[in-house]
Design a protein around this ligand. Structure first.
Ligand SMILES: NC(=O)c1ccc[n+]([C@@H]2O[C@H](COP(=O)([O-])OP(=O)(O)OC[C@H]3O[C@@H](n4cnc5c(N)ncnc54)[C@H](OP(=O)(O)O)[C@@H]3O)[C@@H](O)[C@H]2O)c1
Length: 324
């Protein structure tokens, strides 16, 4: 990892580690997506060998934007850190796009901007198919700093607009009014289509929305996996009420666990535990997930997470086991 990236990753780790270790809280119950959460919305892809992996990923309206965004997207944290993996990372993102995982999440923090460059290479020639989210570091999130960071991201992403620009986490350094004033300006100029936040609690979201004025808060990107369902307590209900999209990061808990109820359900349905987990985590209309995968078999597996329906019994079994 390069110097700046290492520093930024440490800063992020300091911020995130208490949350990553946090115990799960109970669910508020289930709710199927009104549009039919598990219907495939596209043709089978020739890029895949097995039927279980071949459906295109479902899209649904993204919060208040009305834009249809893939429910399962692609993360990019740690991409761009090792030059030897560059080809594989670009190929993985391209495969994901081919399979319909067109919501790509990155950040200026990731590999000190090199992840954005990987995204640019993967997206080349198909910008219109892709919904790109990137993030400004809180340390850069002054008014002028946000504008400048956005320019740098645009350059690295080789695009004239970002679809979704997020504050990576609440800044203790710069007032939210300043950051959001820049976000409003970026939306007005078309440099970013939508503004959002990441790792904000309800109070912080309210403060962000208040300072955004007429620009709607499009999303909150937050930690969400089977062992950490903290957001179901307040963030998810608030976002549902306010029509804000909730994008769950680290949905596979970095590839780990997947035993017990989730594995039992997967076995019965002929799916994999991770497909069941992703399906469960996106079971409500406001929920999206952005797993990161570099291995093609992982990309294919994740892309096949929505072509089946979890029954109320399946949902309850998973809910009960992962409830505190
Ligand atoms: N806003 C924030 O503060 C924040 C914080 C963390 C993450 N994020 C975003 O969320 C994205 C996802 O989170 P994450 O990268 O922390 O964790 P994750 O997506 O839960 O896990 C990524 C790991 O799981 C592996 N994996 C992916 N699909 C798999 C599969 N089907 N079977 C087995 N292993 C699989 C990947 O392996 P391979 O790569 O080898 O395929 C990688 O090692 C990030 O990349 C980033 O874009 C945002």
């Amino acid at each position: 990892m390069r110097g700046g990236a290492r520093r930024a990753a440490r800063e992020a780790y300091d911020y995130l580690s208490p949350r990553l270790g946090a115990p799960p809280l109970s669910s508020n119950g289930h709710e199927r997506a009104a549009e039919g959460a598990n219907e495939a919305d596209g043709p089978l892809s020739a890029a895949c060998g097995r039927a279980v992996y071949t459906r295109r990923v479902l899209t649904r309206p993204f919060g208040p934007t009305g834009v249809k965004v893939s429910v399962i997207g692609q993360g990019t944290w740690h991409m761009g850190e090792d030059r030897r993996l560059k080809k594989d990372e670009i190929a993985a993102l391209r495969l994901g796009i081919e399979l319909g995982q067109t919501h790509i999440d990155t950040a200026e923090m990731y590999a000190d901007g090199h992840a954005e460059e990987i995204v640019a290479e993967a997206v080349g020639g198909q910008r219109d198919r892709v919904f790109i989210a990137t993030k400004v570091l809180p340390s850069n999130a002054s008014y002028k700093g946000t504008l400048a960071a956005c320019e740098r991201s645009l350059k690295r992403l080789r695009t004239d607009h970002i679809d979704l620009y997020l504050v990576h986490w609440w800044s203790g350094r710069h007032p939210i009014e300043e950051t959001m004033r820049a976000m409003v300006e970026l939306c007005a100029s078309g440099k970013t289509r939508f503004a959002g936040v990441s790792n904000f609690d309800v109070e912080q979201m309210q403060a962000a929305q208040a300072t955004l004025g007429k620009v709607p808060l499009a999303c909150n990107q937050v930690l969400y996996h089977l062992r950490d369902r903290d957001i179901e307590k307040d963030v998810v209900p608030y976002c549902k009420r306010e029509r804000i999209a909730v994008v769950g990061y680290t949905p596979l808990a970095r590839g780990g666990f997947m035993r017990g109820a989730v594995a039992d359900v997967a076995k019965r349905l002929g799916k994999t535990p991770r497909q069941v987990a992703l399906n469960f985590l996106t079971r409500r209309p406001s929920l999206f997930a952005i797993p990161k995968a570099t291995r093609p078999e992982h990309v294919r597996e994740n892309a096949g997470a929505l072509d089946f329906t979890l029954s109320p019994r399946d949902l309850s079994a998973i809910d009960a086991e992962h409830r505190r």
